[in-house]
Design a protein around this ligand. Structure first.
Ligand code: FRU
Length: 546
């Protein structure tokens, strides 16, 4: 019998065992969703990189298939790294990075082997690999992660690849007429002096007038383009919104842009990396995943036999302001909602901590809307924190007595005396010379009494103007060792890993709303659902014969 693993999630994507990192080649094809991912078939730490593969009909329940791409040839013998899927003449084609027999990053192509297998289990690597080499000024150690291809008006395909050129980050653009012979474009799609190597680029069009997703080749109509990059330097994902100039094949970020990554919006202000999206043609939406790494020790990974997970799939679209992305857990999550608890028009006086009881809160979906009677008591803002909200969250605590806030949630709590644990997700409102600033913190400092756990505070200034209706919404998905939060309808997202100790001895976790500001805060409405367990990559599965 297997021991119970308290860190295992109920509805997040994880393989049944071993190491996972980046999402690779997500797609929808003939009734099935496919997710590939960076996978170590032999153990719970990074290494032996291959593409794991799972399929789903609803993006919630997943069935594991065999490894789709393993290290087999001189062009990928030292690793099958990240990549993407493109539909070429309706057929899915994989572009991926191989680490070749000379330890260089090279780009390769693979086609489905058996045209009649609906599960796309087997892939054949082309005999003409590698299709792109790190020649000239490209650093052979840093040339990887081809994006999904898109097709231009001139009848050429394009793909974009992260690269390092003499210390400069560039997203190189390659063009091809037949998806086989590729030539590097004169200009990179985009470049930066300030930020080190960019991994895992993602490049896609977004609509200015609807939440619908767009096929990657769309470049007409009321649209903009988004370039997402993963910065090796900070291990965070950032995005830029702008226009794609198809003639020159360059991305032109919006006017406010400057080459200083500290000013760029982040996909998630918590602990995620290497995100990737795809166009879900079944539901006309763009869907997004990110890798959520562990933040406890390697010894813990070895002990539990697995490491890493994906964020719950998020729909992603451009806000009506044309500036920021909105991410929201896909509606399909409602399949898992069970018992519900509701609070309405509930006053949270200064100093109050109120328990949300009656459901299992280690596996929950919580939506809450706070209202502030006035903004009068807001404390003044110290500008030195503008570029580093996490530092501010690190210096303050959720128990401080503030003006407006701290108020928010305590999740995964234990009240046992001497063994208290809590993770705080909270807000505090400040006033700067010309505006109100809403600080959001996810504070892990008291989240775990286990040894060797990294327990930072993450912070962000929320992308909503609180002075408009004095309301702020928070949605939090709690799933044992991962907590994902979405503020202002998904304008600011924050994900972190939590490893409470109290669950190891079988104690259940608590959930609270609290207010430690001097001013009362109102809960207009709170809905919390206990969540069912999804079927995620359960071993010895009978899906294929069913
Ligand atoms: C990002 C990354 C990619 C690479 C892969 C290797 O996490 O470093 O650049 O393709 O992981 O596993």
């Amino acid at each position: 019998l297997k021991e119970i693993d308290p860190d295992r999630t109920a509805f997040h994507f994880q393989p049944s065992k071993n190491w996972l990192n980046d999402p690779n080649g997500p797609m929808y094809y003939k009734g099935l969703f496919h997710l590939f991912y960076q996978y170590n078939p032999d153990g719970p730490l990074w290494g032996n990189m291959a593409w794991g593969h799972s399929v789903s009909t609803d993006l919630v329940n997943w069935e594991a298939l065999d490894v789709a791409l393993d290290r087999t040839d001189p062009f990928d013998i030292n690793g099958v790294f990240s990549g993407s899927v493109t539909f070429v003449a309706g057929e899915p084609v994989i572009l991926y990075t191989g680490i070749d027999d000379q330890q260089r990053n090279v780009q390769n192509i693979a086609f489905r082997k058996n045209g009649s297998d609906p599960l796309l289990r087997e892939w054949s690597k082309s005999g003409y690999n590698p299709i792109m080499l790190p020649v000239g000024d490209i650093d052979p150690d840093n040339f990887r992660d081809p994006t999904t291809g898109w097709f231009g008006q001139d009848g050429h395909w394009r793909t974009a690849i992260g690269a390092n050129l003499e210390g400069r980050a560039e997203i190189l653009l390659y063009k091809s007429q037949n998806f086989k012979n590729w030539t590097r474009n004169e200009f990179p799609l985009h470049k930066s002096q300030s930020s080190g190597m960019w991994e895992c680029p993602d490049f896609f069009p977004v609509s200015l007038s609807s939440k619908d997703g767009l096929d990657p080749s769309v470049n007409t109509g009321n649209i903009k383009h988004v370039l997402k990059v993963s910065l090796m330097k900070t291990l965070q994902d950032y995005y830029l919104v702008g226009k794609y100039d198809e003639k020159k094949d360059v991305f032109v970020p919006d006017e406010w842009y400057k080459d200083d990554y500290r000013t760029w919006p982040m996909i998630d202000y918590g602990h995620v990396y290497a995100s990737k999206s795809f166009f879900d043609s079944k539901n006309n939406r763009r869907i997004f995943w990110s890798w959520v790494n562990e933040s406890d020790s390697e010894a813990d990974d070895v002990k539990r036999g697995w490491s890493g997970m994906q964020t719950f799939p998020r729909a992603i679209w451009l806000d009506t302001d044309g500036k920021q992305l909105i991410q929201w857990p896909i509606e399909d999550i409602k399949l898992l909602r069970k018992q519900q608890i509701q609070l309405r028009d509930f006053g949270l006086q200064s100093g109050v901590k109120h328990e949300i009881s009656g459901i299992l809160t280690s596996q929950a979906d919580v939506e809450v809307e706070f209202e502030l009677p006035s903004l009068e008591g807001a404390e003044s803002f110290n500008n030195s924190f503008l570029l580093d909200p996490s530092k501010l969250c690190d210096e303050i605590t959720p128990s401080d007595e503030g003006g407006i806030g701290p108020f928010g949630l305590f999740v995964l709590t234990s009240d046992v005396e001497g063994q208290e644990e809590y993770t705080a997700i909270y807000f505090r409102i400040y006033k700067s010379s010309d505006r109100y600033m809403t600080l959001m913190c996810s504070d892990l400092k008291s989240s775990s009494r286990r040894e060797g756990v990294y327990k930072p505070a993450h912070g962000a200034f929320v992308g909503v103007d609180i002075s408009k209706d004095k309301r702020i919404s928070l949605r939090t998905l709690i799933d044992h060792s991962v907590v994902e939060s979405f503020v202002g309808g998904g304008r600011t997202c924050m994900t972190m890993r939590v490893y409470p100790k109290h669950v190891l001895t079988g104690q259940t976790s608590g959930l609270y709303v609290f207010n430690h500001g001097s001013q009362e805060v109102k809960i207009r409405e709170l809905n919390a659902w206990e969540m069912a367990k999804a079927r995620v990559n359960i071993e010895n599965d009978d899906f294929i014969s069913r």
